[in-house]
Design a protein around this ligand. Sequence first.
Ligand code: PLP
Length: 405
Amino acid sequence: MQLRGTDHGSQSNKFQKHQDPDAHADSLSLALCSILSVTLKGLRVKMVSAAHYDVMRLRLRIPATSDPLVRRADAGRVLTALPRQKLGFWPTRLHRLDRLSEELSLDLWIKRDDESGFALGGNKVRKLEFLLAEALRVGSDLVITTGGSQSNHARLTAAAARKLGLDCHLVLDRGRHPHSGNLLLDRLFGAVVELIDDPDPEVAAARMEEVAACREAEGHRPFVIPRGGSIREGAVGYASMIVELAAQLDEVDFSPEFLYVATGSAGTHSGIMAGRAMLKLPVTVQGVSVSRPRELQEVKVSQLSNHILDWLDIESRVATDDVLVDDRFVGGGYGVPTEEVWEAIRLVARLEGIVLDPVYTGKAMAGLIGHARERRLECGASVIFLHTGGSPALFGYALEAEANV
Ligand SMILES: Cc1ncc(COP(=O)(O)O)c(C=O)c1O
């Protein structure tokens, strides 16, 4: 069995269409939908997920209230009703960065999703809790996903699959860092690692299809997760992080003006924007792109945010203008660290004893530091940096890292 859904590329959109609750469950009876199977490119795809989630959404609607506590409770109810397989330890810590605050003349805090408590942590744990609950629910025994050879998503998918008793097959682009770091951990977690020499996501997606078809013919039930787990079923994990964060902010009596986050396949940023819209949280979310140009990333984030909100039947909208992305720190492209990135990694390590990575959090922190230095963030501005993990990649970049730290 395969369940797929993604906003990556036309072929994947075809699968999305077959999962969309609005396109199917509204017009078919839930019972019928739950047993309906169709043949797509020769593969059997059972449409159980749409029906299941639609049952919940009929029962749970967030009323239009401006009371933040009521909104939070309602959002919490909607999100906790989704199938979720616990992997991490929540809430992750929220604490102030005293020395970095002083260095940058900010009131700077950090949300430690690098400490999400599973297989060296990181943002993908929140996504995988929802994605793999679905894999289990539909009876899969094999998870297939893709990314670069230093993909944190691949490492965490491999670990989570094993923890839940599933096999894992990774289709990874070899790239320039095919040793150590996440790749070593993928193998440690017993994943089948297939390295390909093509960075084109469509090529990897097509290869995942082939693997899925082949393994299905052998009697397995593959569950394909697109790059980064950045579909609504995964990204919703970050809407739920916002509910967690709002409660923590109340506890410490802190109202940040800004939240900084690395934005790549867009699921994390989109989940945050959806959660912010659900709660009407008055924080400006600043994405720092790790690869894509600003305009494209802003559209991508707004689309996926609205996709999550539609799916949960929440009326709020995320306009493209609400999405802020700075792409000036991308440098030479995805996975290519700049001098500012190495400086950010050094500074945070030496002032705070915290490890960032050269692909995501190093770039995001370079953006935050850049904004502080150009005083786009005013003196004393209150900011949260979301640490999304990724430190194993530092070891995949050992030679460059040693020359730069
Ligand atoms: C450590 C880390 N931070 C940030 C991101 C970006 O998250 P997203 O792909 O959801 O935009 C990723 C994605 O792989 C990641 O591994």
